[in-house]
Structures are given as C-alpha cells and as structure tokens.
Ligand binder design. Structure first.
Ligand SMILES: [Zn+2]
Length: 480
C-alpha cells in the first residue's frame, strides 16, 4: 500500500512538473510592449474623461476612452518606502525596477546610493529596441526612472549626463530641464551618437540606420519647458501621439527585434496639481490618443503585443461631484474652458507687473471669454459668492495695497467656501469652473490611493486583481 501511494505521488509530481513547464513555455514573453503611465491619473481622472465623452456624445455605446475597452482591470497600491503618499520619482522607480524607494530618490534603493536596473535596460540587454516617450522633459522623474540613478530627482544635470551614455534607440518628449544648469547637454548627447533635433521634418525622415534619436518639442522662453498643455496648444507643437507614432513606425520595420516602449502622459499630473479641470481633461485626451495608436498596433500583432496602462499615483484629490452641486455633474461644461491655469496665471502676472493695472471689468471680461461665465447658459451664471471671490482676488492680485482692509472685511464669508489650493485669480477661475462642472479637489499635491491597471494582449491575465506597483514591472518582464 505504501509503495502504491509513493508511486501515485511520484506520478502526480511528474505530471505537475510537466504541466508547469509546458504552461510556462506556452506563455511566451510578449515581443512588443507598451508600458503607458498616466502621471497623476487616478481612477477619478479617467472617470472624468469617460464621463465627459459620455456627456458630449449622442452615441454612448461606442464612445469610450480607449483603455476602458481593455479586458483586464487590476489595482496597484502606490505608497513609497518613506510615505503613504508617493512622489513621482519613488513611484517611477517602483514602476521601472520593481523596488520601493524613498520620495525624491530616483532609480536607487532607500540607501540613496545603490542603483537598481530598470526593466527598460533589461529588455534592451536582451535585444529589444527601447523607446522612452513623455509629454514632459525627458529628464523628469518618470522617464528618468527608466534609465537614471540619482539621490535627488532634481539633479537634472547629472540625469542628463547619465542619459548621454544610454543606448536606447528612441527618446521623444520635451527636451531637458538640465539645460538650465548646463547648456552643453545636447552637444554631449550628439557626441555620444544621438541625433538631437526639434525639427519636425528631420524627426519624420529619421530612420533606424541614422542612429539613436533624441526628438523634442521646440522650446520657448516660458518655463516649464514641457510640451504645452493640449488646451493651450500652438500649431507647431508635437504632442505625445506624434512621438508614439514615430517610434511605432521605426520599430515596426525592425521585424527581427521586439520593442519596449514607456509612454508617459506626464502633464495630467501638472494640471491636477493646479486643480485645473479643463487642463486635466485635455491631457487625458492627449494620453487617450497615444493609447489609441498602441491599440491599433495591437490589432495588427495581437498574439505578440502587450499593452499595460497605469498611473504612478493620483494628483489633486479629484472627485466626481462636490459640495455645492451635490449629485449633479456637468463635465460637458469644460468645453467652455479655453486656457490652462498655468497660462492664465502667467498672463495675469504680466498684467499685474505693468505700471497701469487692469480694471476689474477687464479681468471679468478675460474670465468671461476663457471660461464662459455668464454666457447665457444658466449653469454658467456667476452667483453672488463667485463675484465676491473674484472681487477679493482682484484686490489680492492687482491692487494689493488695499488688501489688509478689504481682506478683513470680506474674509469670513470668503473662507467659508472651499478655497483649498486657491492662491490667486487664475486659481479661483479654475476653481469656479470645477464647481460649475461638479468637480471637487482636496489638495495641490498627490494622494495615496491605489491606481487602476488596465491590460490587453499577451499575459493580460497577470494584471487582474489587487497588487503593489512594484509587481507591475515584474509581471511585464516575466519575473512574476
Ligand atoms: Zn506630481
């Protein structure tokens, strides 16, 4: 009897071993990988964009964000090694390497010196073509987490020096923040074999045989040097989908090799830091166009492609629904917003610095033009509290010598309203816009909730369920 039991155990073990081996073999590593990260894109940011599409569409059955069509949805926790609320460099490190680190460290362990290899490098070492694409500068936290190792994410010059030695085939985005510390950074990239260009035609004509490409959007003097928000776009701007399209075109021709592409919707975060609803929506739509391109590619190579769409954290504490509108929600009103918080703030600052200050009527007219306030749509009518707040910030921004007296008089009523993160007239404008649309914000920083992970293609089933952000690169690379 004992012998018989032993035989059964042995046979069963052998069968299990055979099954697990054959199962592993059948799950071949994806050849083409799109790792798409919406910076600051919590569940509420995706829901806002989805609700907007729903509200403006007459055919809700077919109008969805591209990622909503993906068959697998999971969630990932985002805490860093030093806080439940992560920053982008700790989260980027987790998403790129599978290791937790402290806020503000980048590509190194919490000891701040030990470098950690990102999966982009591992894939490259295995012969994959690699592309790093973003709507912010290519030395910013998320993209840099895929190639650099520094003890402070703001060490842009150092990050730039490390970039020049990287052999990835494609970098596309908004240039380098490090240029302000070292004007020679582009020359050192060129000296190390990069074609560095912001000329659209040169980028379009570029072939793999021309060498590794560093393509960036033309910069203006205005800081930050990121690609302008979609809501403020200028005719010549090259947005996220432009670079994604180019990278796909280059890599798809190289049939022998697979590719790994990290694509970051980097300014969803910036607009959400500013609590800017139209800015956030525009960046979500820009990211959505990039996801559409990845999905089109997937339909051509469904058996070899994996697309993973996730976020590093949520920004702004965005909520669908807020106090003064209760259960009502009007995301379609965001169509009235024509300018981002950042651009309006710069415009107001310039006006405040002039010798002749703008009149209150001029300011009201700018708000009417750019946000649709009092445009005849009853939902956009400014109420007494709106006007009171606008009058308050008019004094605050343009006539500050009157502030103490005026501020004291008006403060109690003003401060009964939700003015968290509102510091100036531009901030108030996007806050009133949010309120009209039924959108709330709780912070000008990040929040610590879990983020959605959506997947389609080879290995999609791995992304089902609840896990940690450090598990995502392990699932993509095949360690998990
Ligand atoms: Zn952020």
């Amino acid at each position: 009897m004992k012998k018989f039991t032993l035989t059964i155990i042995c046979v069963t073990s052998l069968m299990m071993l055979f099954y697990s081996c054959s199962n592993r073999n059948s799950q071949k590593k994806p050849k083409y990988i799109f790792y798409m990260i919406g910076d600051g894109m919590g569940l509420a940011q995706t829901q806002l964009a989805e609700n907007y599409l729903d509200a403006v569409s007459h055919d809700t059955a077919t109008t969805h964000l591209e990622m909503m069509k993906f068959p697998v949805l999971g969630t990932a926790t985002t805490y860093s090694a030093s806080s439940f609320v992560t920053c982008s460099s700790a989260a980027g490190t987790a998403l790129a390497t599978g290791h937790k680190t402290n806020n503000s460290l980048l590509g190194v362990l919490p000891d701040s010196v030990t470098p950690i290899t990102p999966i982009s490098q591992k894939f490259h070492d295995e012969g994959y073509n690699v592309g790093i694409i973003t709507s912010v500068t290519l030395d910013h936290a998320t993209p840099a987490a895929f190639y650099a190792h520094v003890k402070d994410r703001n060490m842009y010059k150092e990050i730039g020096y490390q970039l020049k030695d990287i052999d990835f085939e494609f970098f596309g985005g908004a240039g380098l923040r490090g240029l302000k510390d070292d004007i020679g950074l582009y020359d050192s990239l060129k000296a190390n074999g990069f074609v560095v260009t912001c000329d659209k035609q040169t980028i379009l004509d570029h072939k793999m045989s021309d060498g590794k490409l560093f393509a960036y959007n033309p910069v203006t003097n205005a800081l930050p040097p990121d690609i302008p928000y979609l809501i403020d776009s200028r005719n010549h701007d090259m947005h996220l989908p432009f670079y994604v399209k180019k990278a796909i075109e280059l890599f798809e021709k190289d049939k022998k090799k697979g590719f790994f592409m990290m694509i970051e919707g980097g300014r969803i975060d910036h607009a959400s830091h500013a609590n800017d609803p139209g800015g956030t929506l525009g960046e979500m739509m820009d990211f959505n166009e990039a996801i559409k391109l990845a999905y089109e590619f997937y339909t051509r190579h469904p058996k070899q492609t994996l697309i993973v769409v996730t976020a590093d954290h949520e920004t702004g504490g965005l909520s669908i629904g807020q106090a003064s509108t209760g259960y009502a929600s009007y995301p379609e009103l965001l169509d009235y917003q024509k300018i981002s918080y950042d651009k309006l703030k710069a415009q107001f600052k310039e006006m405040a610095n002039k010798d002749v200050k703008p009149t209150k009527e001029e300011i009201y007219n700018i708000l009417y033009e750019n946000f649709g306030f009092n445009n005849g749509d009853p939902k956009m009518a400014l109420n007494r509290l709106d006007s009171l707040r606008i009058d308050f910030f008019y004094i605050h921004d343009f006539d500050p010598s009157r502030m103490p007296k005026y501020g004291e008089m008006i403060k109690p009523e003003i401060y009964r309203t939700n003015l968290v993160s509102v510091h100036n007239m531009a901030g108030l404008a996007v806050r009133i816009m949010s309120e009209k649309a039924g959108i709330g914000w709780t912070t000008g920083s990040h929040t610590g909730g879990a983020v959605p992970v959506r997947a389609i293609g080879v290995w999609q089933e791995k992304f089902d369920g609840c896990y940690d952000n450090t598990d995502i690169p392990k699932k993509i690379y095949g360690d998990l």
